[in-house]
Design a protein around this ligand. Structure first.
Ligand code: NAD
Length: 500
């Protein structure tokens, strides 16, 4: 291994793993195209080793008081906040997104830690005194044990933070399996738990690919799986995890539509379309990839979007550009392939991101912002989640036709409507079959105290991420019926218990 290529390995019981990996994979800096890291990929046996450490740690952690847990969460919040720039730099170096965007991702993750700091309140149960003579009933929620978190490449810090702070606050231990494309941020975030005073083994990181995921899905001591990634893998994880008796929440891919009604503020809509279409090079599950223009405003709106696109600078994320490279060379080629397919299918290529000047090394994984007009629903640029900086305009003639388009789509993650008509917006929020809805807001990512999740093929399972749904997912309910001795209630009665 060259000296400027760093080894990245698992974090087990508070320390770096010291074993020898049978398989490794390369980690790249997408802005230079150079290999910067060699990542250990866990075998099934290594996963077992990590799960055992997590399982052993979970028993004492589950008995740790809520006060102590909250104190550790507050300390962790301070540490992540203080290390924000360092974590953001790690994200930019392996994911490619621009630094300001990477800082934003850590900030959104921090909000979940702040939510989890309120765990003593969140875990309060119910109590009913005197449901029957001298009988009381109360409910408590208890941790599950070992919880696995399997995350995608596009938010290497934020997505693990959607789950880990809440799972920990609820008294569980965690095994994180980050994306193998940008693994360093997860390690940095996990190391800070130790500094915050969390006992070793409560938070662990195991790196790997399908082999590691498959073992987590079948390991008897893993009680829950929180997965975020593409739809086919989310479905696979949901089906196999639940088959093995685990609680699973599996968030999948997306094709997010933004409808612009004729009465909308077109400057606001154009700004929003550019920000939501090309931020993070379109590699966001909440990115807008289909812009539904309700006539007669399409020409004017496209003109405004084109003007704004001409000002965007694509390049190295450390150089103050608007948009960075794509995550890998293979992904860049796949997205460029979609652009070619769109042209072939007859869509009008308004801005071609394959041509352009990039502020970065020649070998970076570059593709500039791309705009298509006159896209129709059967074209692959419309049907597929491209996950790149490609925005497709579909023209329609009415609100109903636009709504029908959104509701016919197999995905249902996020959507937005731009209008000045409150009645139309209110109708849309009621009628649209999508989990997260924006009204004049293009990327409606819920705050940490609400829950994040889509409908249809964008989420398998019934529990969304974070918020009170997160607390529910990471705990099991128990109801206790108690009666303190009262001789008058003794005696034999084989009838079904009723109350008097
Ligand atoms: P991916 O599905 O390729 O990978 C996600 C995780 O699954 C990774 O940890 C990866 O190692 C693992 N994995 C990959 N192939 C596997 C296999 N065959 N068997 C078992 N595990 C496997 O996703 P990605 O490319 O890293 O991320 C982008 C996708 O994630 C997009 O589809 C995006 O929409 C989606 N995403 C969704 C949300 C959401 O909240 N719905 C959020 C972020 C990203």
């Amino acid at each position: 291994m060259s000296t400027d290529i760093k080894r990245i390995t698992h974090l087990v019981g508070g320390s770096s793993w010291t074993g020898v990996a049978e398989r490794t994979s390369n980690v790249y800096n997408p802005a230079t195209g150079q290999v910067t890291g060699e990542l250990d990929l866990a075998s099934a046996a290594t996963v077992d080793e990590v799960v055992k450490v997590a399982h052993d740690a979970s028993k004492a952690w589950a008995q740790t008081s809520l006060t102590k847990r909250a104190q550790i969460l507050f300390a962790y919040r301070e540490l992540v906040s203080r290390n924000k720039d360092r974590i953001a730099a790690l994200i930019t170096a392996e994911h490619g997104k621009v630094l300001s965007d990477a800082v934003g991702e850590v900030t959104r993750g921090l909000e979940v830690i702040e939510f989890a700091c309120g765990i003593p309140h969140l875990l309060k149960g119910g109590y009913s005194e005197g449901v029957s003579t001298k009988v009381d009933v109360y409910s408590i929620r208890q941790p599950l044990g070992v919880c696995a978190v399997i995350s995608p490449f596009n938010f290497p810090a934020m997505v693990p933070m959607w789950f880990v702070p809440i799972a920990v606050a609820c008294g569980n231990s965690v095994v994180i399996k980050p994306s193998e494309k940008d693994p360093s941020a997860a390690n940095a975030m996990a190391e800070l738990w130790k500094e915050a005073g969390l006992p070793d083994g409560v938070v662990n990181v195991v790196h790997g690919d399908k082999e590691a995921v498959d073992r987590l899905l079948e390991h008897p001591d893993v009680k829950s799986i929180s997965f975020v990634g593409s739809t086919p893998i989310a479905k696979y994880v949901y089906e196999n995890g639940t088959k093995n008796g685990k609680r699973v929440q599996a968030l999948g891919g997306a094709k997010n539509h933004m409808i612009v009604l004729p009465d909308a503020d077109l400057d606001l809509a154009a700004d929003a379309a550019v920000n939501a279409g090309f931020g993070s090079a379109g590699e966001r599950c909440m990115a807008i990839s289909a812009l539904v223009a309700v006539e007669p405003i399409a020409d004017e709106l496209i003109g405004k979007i084109k003007e704004r696109m001409a000002t965007l600078k694509t390049g190295d994320g450390t150089r103050g550009c608007d948009m960075g490279p794509l995550v890998t060379g293979a992904h860049r080629d796949k997205v460029a392939g979609y652009v070619a397919a769109g042209v072939e299918a007859g869509a009008e290529l308004v801005v071609d991101g394959r041509e352009g000047n990039f502020d970065g090394a020649d070998d970076g994984f570059w593709l500039g912002p791309t705009l298509f007009d006159k896209v129709t629903p059967e074209m692959s640029i419309y049907t597929d989640e491209i996950f790149g900086p490609v925005l497709s305009v579909v023209r329609t003639t009415s609100y109903d036709a636009a709504l029908d388009l959104v509701n016919s789509n197999p995905y249902g993650n996020g959507t937005a409507i731009f209008t000045n008509d409150g009645g139309a917006a209110r109708r849309f929020q009621n009628e649209v079959e999508v989990g997260m809805v924006g009204i004049n807001v293009p990327i409606p990512v819920p705050m940490a105290y609400y829950s994040f999740g889509g409908w249809k093929n964008s989420l398998f399972g019934d529990t969304h991420a974070h918020g009170t749904e997160g607390v529910h997912f990471f705990t099991r309910g128990k109801v206790v019926t108690s009666r303190w001795l009262d001789p008058s209630h003794g005696g034999i009665n084989l009838g079904f218990p009723t109350h008097d």
